[in-house]
Design a protein around this ligand. Structure first.
Ligand code: COA
Length: 153
């Protein structure tokens, strides 16, 4: 498998926003995460391949609030590498819990996170109806509820 080099992101440019917006269509929300969290970029040689943002949400709790792999490079195991790297960074920071949230219709993401060790904690019913103007559909399912997952570190 191609190697990834993961490092702290510099000032966000359009290529980085394009990736971040794959995970969250709201630029306002993305900007809020960038201002409050720590953004890491993953590079395959000189190509920007992926991104994730870590945010401390409570004492000793870190959330992966945005994670994305460039569309042309998906399904090669990079997503799993990014999730594992984020878990390691959270552990090294002294956190004892890492969390992530995804839509009820995000079947691939739910599979990926559980394969990496996350467990379902709660469901935030109608989260996407309350927070997004447009209806979202994936895999033929309406995205209504936020599935909250966690892992003890
Ligand atoms: N359905 C179900 N599971 C799938 C799948 C599919 N269509 N495609 C891949 N998977 C599973 C694979 O089984 C794989 O596990 P395996 O290695 O044991 O086979 C696992 O998901 C990880 O796949 P990987 O190739 O590492 O993921 P990726 O590089 O495609 O990245 C995302 C995953 C989610 C980061 C990527 O799809 C993405 O950027 N999506 C858009 C942004 C997004 O939705 N972000 C998350 C918001 S919550």
């Amino acid at each position: 498998m191609q190697k990834l080099s993961i490092r702290k992101a510099g000032e966000p440019d359009e290529a980085l926003y394009e990736l971040l917006l794959l995970a969250d269509p709201s630029r306002e929300i993305v900007d809020d995460y960038l201002a409050r969290g720590e953004c890491y970029t993953a590079w395959a040689s000189d190509e920007l391949a992926g991104v994730y943002v870590l945010l401390q949400t409570r004492p000793k709790t870190i959330e992966i609030v945005n994670i994305a792999v460039k569309e042309s490079l998906q399904n090669r195991g990079f997503g799993k590498l990014l999730v594992r790297d984020a878990i390691e960074k959270a552990r090294q920071s002294g956190a004892d819990t890492i969390e992530i949230g995804t839509g009820n219709s995000s079947i691939h993401q739910l599979s990926l996170y559980q394969k990496c060790g996350f467990r379902i904690q709660a469901v935030d019913h109608d989260f996407f109806i309350r927070h997004y103007d447009e209806d979202i559909f994936e895999n033929g399912i309406q995205c209504r509820d936020m599935i909250r997952l966690y892992m003890d570190l």
